[in-house]
Design a protein around this ligand. Structure first.
Ligand code: 2YJ
Length: 271
């Protein structure tokens, strides 16, 4: 999993309103709507207002300057009132719970989770990002029923995406640079009743699909030559996998952000 950098998150809180407007232009839906729907939350009734705390974590490679502030900015933009604990790590957990927090967000180098300490619900950023972006892709292409979608990357984000895209009616195939990974993922999900196919040649698959879900952390995975008039891309991977030369061409049909959709979906997941 890619470790975010200060530059990835520095402007997030300040730019939430512009970010949301662009998302609405592309998908017809706000961040709040996409994330709530992805998490199965109905927005037509009054939502609870739990206390939310974000706990900075120093373990591993340590604090990412601006990370907790960005998570807080996103949660606040959704209509909640988060606090960032003054203490870090275990002290932060104690401070959050003693202060009455019901939902806590915390991230180390391997996992980023939201936990509802009352209900016991846990949302993992990987899976939440997968389903949040799947909803964004579904809205951008005005429904997935019987459409073919290619998921690139069989990690936690790709897994969440494959499940959500399939549940929305898409014919889903997974490609991973390690063919064993895509096979293991497809076998696991198919045992649960999904119908996920496996693609073994990326170039061949990119030529046959129009909907790409790029869940791998590599550059230049999707080249300009793969961008067709009706191509749409959901790309939570950092760095972005679309070749720089093709960006202008696909900008209006590309969803890509470092944190917003994943964090928003985590929040509604544990609400
Ligand atoms: O509290 C802090 O400032 C740090 N411990 C945050 C660490 C953030 N973690 C990562 O960047 C992980 N690689 C997970 C990010 C998942 C984003 N999709």
């Amino acid at each position: 999993m890619t470790r975010l950098k200060h530059e990835d998150v520095a402007e997030i809180s300040r730019q939430m309103s512009d970010y949301n407007s662009t998302l609405i232009q592309k998908t017809g839906c706000s961040l709040r709507e996409l994330a709530a729907w992805a998490a199965g939350v109905h927005l037509d009734r009054e939502l609870p207002q739990p206390k939310v705390a974000i706990i900075p974590m120093t373990c591993g490679q340590g604090i990412i300057e601006g990370f907790s502030q960005s998570v807080a900015g996103i949660v606040q933009f959704l209509g909640f009132s988060p606090v960032i604990t003054e203490s870090r790590d275990a002290g932060g957990v104690a401070e959050a719970i003693e202060g009455g927090a019901e939902i806590i967000f915390m991230a180390d180098d391997d996992r980023f989770v939201a936990v509802n300490v009352k209900s016991g619900k846990v949302s993992d950023n990987g899976e939440a990002t997968g389903k949040g972006y799947a909803m964004a892709l579904e809205q951008m292409c005005r429904g997935l029923e019987s459409k073919k979608a290619l998921v690139i990357g069989a990690g936690p984000v790709g897994t969440g995406a494959a499940k959500a895209l399939a549940r929305s009616g898409a014919a889903v195939a997974v490609y991973d640079i390690n063919p064993q990974m895509s096979k293991i993922l497809a076998d696991r999900l198919n045992k649960l009743g999904y119908n996920i196919m496996v693609e073994t040649s990326l170039t061949d698959a990119l030529n046959r699909y129009n909907l790409y879900f790029d869940a791998c952390p590599a550059e230049n995975v999707i080249l300009t030559e793969h961008l067709k008039d009706d191509t749409m891309i959901a790309a939570p991977g950092i760095p972005l996998g679309v070749e720089a030369a093709g960006l202008e061409l696909i900008a209006d049909r590309l969803i890509h952000d470092p944190l917003q959709i994943g964090v928003a979906t985590m929040m509604f997941d544990v609400l």
